[in-house]
Ligand binder design. Sequence first.
Ligand SMILES: [Zn+2]
Length: 286
Amino acid sequence: MPELPEVETIRRGLQANIINKKIVKIDIHKPKQVHGDALVFRKKILGNKIVRVDRIGKLLIFKLQKGEDYLLVHLKMTGQLIYKNKKSIVAGGHNLPIGEQLPNKYSHIIIYFNDNSILFYNDLRQFGYLKIVHHLVKEEIKSKYGLEPLTKDFTWLNFLALMEKKKGILKSILLNQQVFSGIGNIYADEICFRAGVRPDRRVESLKAGEQKKIYQACQYIMSKAVASGGTTFSDYRTTDGAHGAYVKYLKVYGRAKQKCLKCKNNKITKYKVAGRGTHFCGYCQQ
Ligand SMILES: [Zn+2]
């Protein structure tokens, strides 16, 4: 499942490629992946242009030129966006074969541009969606997202104010999208490792120094992940179809029972915290 760095990588790839191209045709093979009325959706998309690609958390927000409408796209588990023109392919999302047969049996929505380039929305399990909303609805949706690392609002004071209001397990709070948006399972483990704090600690037990380390680790880990195009395991690809480079920087995630890279002695523990497989070093993390 794509996390924030992966979705940001897709966003950048699309922003560089689809802006100001007129949409001349749209195929909707699976109407259920369009939330709301598919006919209205079609009417609003046709003849329109995407003028900007934004993102909040894992939600992609395409600003349309006409009206005050926005196209929202969420890839969920297995969604994939593939943009194809004569010269190149940019793709992001679930790791289906790219560049072979397009459209394929998972290409449920296809958007055609006036320069003969095409944007495919593929989705194996069909949990993702596209929908068009008015500016005000978009703002309401955005307001429900938590504080996002790498935005200007992610200040130490804002972070601290949020943490001090919360009670519970650190990892669940990091993963709660209404508290912090865009931190997923992989990065939550990496953040806790870098901060030297166990993911199963209760936040109300954190000392000021630990809170500060978690804050700094959020910024460090997320910015490094975005810079390297995200993380690829079995089901992820970046916008150019390559595998995310961040995987080589992972210190604890996916390293259960292997020697800790920091203390070089203790073995990485893996067990379920907040319902998710969680990795940490019991020696380096308190
Ligand atoms: Zn260690």
